[in-house]
Design a protein around this ligand. Structure first.
Ligand SMILES: *Cc1c(COP(=O)(O)O)cnc(C)c1O
Length: 359
């Protein structure tokens, strides 16, 4: 029997491209918002002896209460609110989509933003509505309110700070959306370790607010742990969709260990914030670049018209990997995004960029 892809696969999936991750071995890796610092030898050793307790012949704890309590306390989840854990916040985005996926339901987000909102909405069979940001990457509140009225989204994502633009949206504008929308609003605070504001303490003020966090950008991207904080009335519904053993035992043990050493990450994130400022100042001194402010661990900049792909490729040939956003077009035309690395990596990037732009 001959079976064709078109016959079996949903057309909206056939049209998608899988999320592409370039091979970065041997590169100065400044493309994926990772923390560039490895643990020192003593911490590494302590971690290894700690996770040796893990019983990998057994299933992990399905809903690790002690770990969750620890996360709630460290990340200031307000009294009376709960969290669910995800295998990265990407999994939480998928759980949210599956939970609300009634026929015709809409997920909305301003764009450009984190691409997984649109991708996951699409493969969950939902309609995604993107509302363009203003040209300075601020929220277009009027357009958002009009779109909310027209499409009644079941869920709105606001990345705070936004990826790939790096800015925090205006707080008053977000509160207006929280007050106007009859759907859920997820504040995706993936970069909160580097940002000056959060909505975590606003949870008791809004029935429809959820706050999503991840440990990835703080320094644990390899562990895959995200969490969603909100009212138990919502979380108990999402929990039904969550696969019972979605957080493996090594991640559970490692996160517990890492949170005991939270001060190490705090020091690293403070260093990264200082180096972000250094990077911004250096980029601003290069003629022809427009540099955007950032509350995250990356910096977005606009190259001279038509130059982004040449710059990206020349950096790649110099073994420095950043993100070329120009192919996405629209507001991101000519834009490149660089993750803040170690001081040495940042210097290598600036030196290479200077010589490429002078060539
Ligand atoms: C990186 C990122 C995530 C995904 O984080 P994981 O927990 O690693 O899946 C979510 N939201 C935004 C805005 C991000 O930039």
């Amino acid at each position: 029997m001959k079976v064709s892809v078109e016959q079996i696969i949903r057309p909206e999936i056939a049209q998608l491209h899988a999320y592409a991750v370039p091979d970065a071995s041997g590169f100065v890796k400044l493309d994926a918002m990772e923390n560039p610092y490895a643990w020192d030898d003593a911490t590494q050793k302590a971690w290894l002896s700690d996770i040796a307790r893990a019983q990998i012949n057994r299933y992990p704890e399905p809903d690790p209460a002690k770990l969750k309590a620890r996360i709630k306390s460290i990340f200031d989840v307000p009294e009376g609110f709960d969290i669910i854990l995800g295998n990265g916040s990407d999994e939480l985005i998928q759980i949210l989509a599956l939970t609300i996926a009634k026929p015709g339901a809409v997920i909305m987000a301003p764009e450009p933003t984190f691409v997984m909102y649109r991708m996951i909405a699409t493969f969950s069979g939902l309609r995604f509505v993107g509302v363009p940001l203003k040209s300075d990457f601020s929220l277009d509140v009027e357009a958002m309110l009009a779109a909310i009225k027209k499409d009644s989204p079941a869920l709105i994502y606001l990345a705070y700070p936004n990826n790939p633009t790096g800015n925090l949206f205006d707080r008053a504008a977000i509160e207006k959306i929280l007050q106007t929308s009859s759907g859920l609003i997820v504040l995706d605070e993936a970069y909160s370790a580097f940002a000056s504001d959060t909505f975590m303490s606003d949870l008791p003020r809004y029935d429809n607010l959820l706050v999503m966090r991840t440990l990835s950008k703080m320094g644990l991207a390899g562990l895959r742990l995200g969490f969603l904080a909100g009212a138990p009335m919502w979380l108990s519904e999402f929990n039904k969709i969550r696969l019972p053993y979605n957080i493996n035992v090594l991640t559970q043990f490692s996160v517990e260990f890492a949170l005991k050493h939270k001060a190490v990450f705090d020091k690293q994130t403070q260093q990264i914030q200082r180096d972000r400022q250094w990077l911004i100042t250096e980029l601003q001194q290069i003629p022809g670049l427009e540099v955007y402010s950032s509350e995250a661990n990356f910096v977005l900049f606009r190259s001279p018209s038509g130059e982004a792909t040449r710059i990206f490729t020349a950096l790649k040939n110099a073994r420095i990997l950043i993100k070329n956003l120009s192919p996405q077009g629209g507001l991101l035309r000519d834009c490149l995004r660089v993750t803040v690395g170690t001081p040495q990596e940042n210097r290598a990037f600036i030196t290479a960029l200077n010589s490429i732009l002078q060539a």
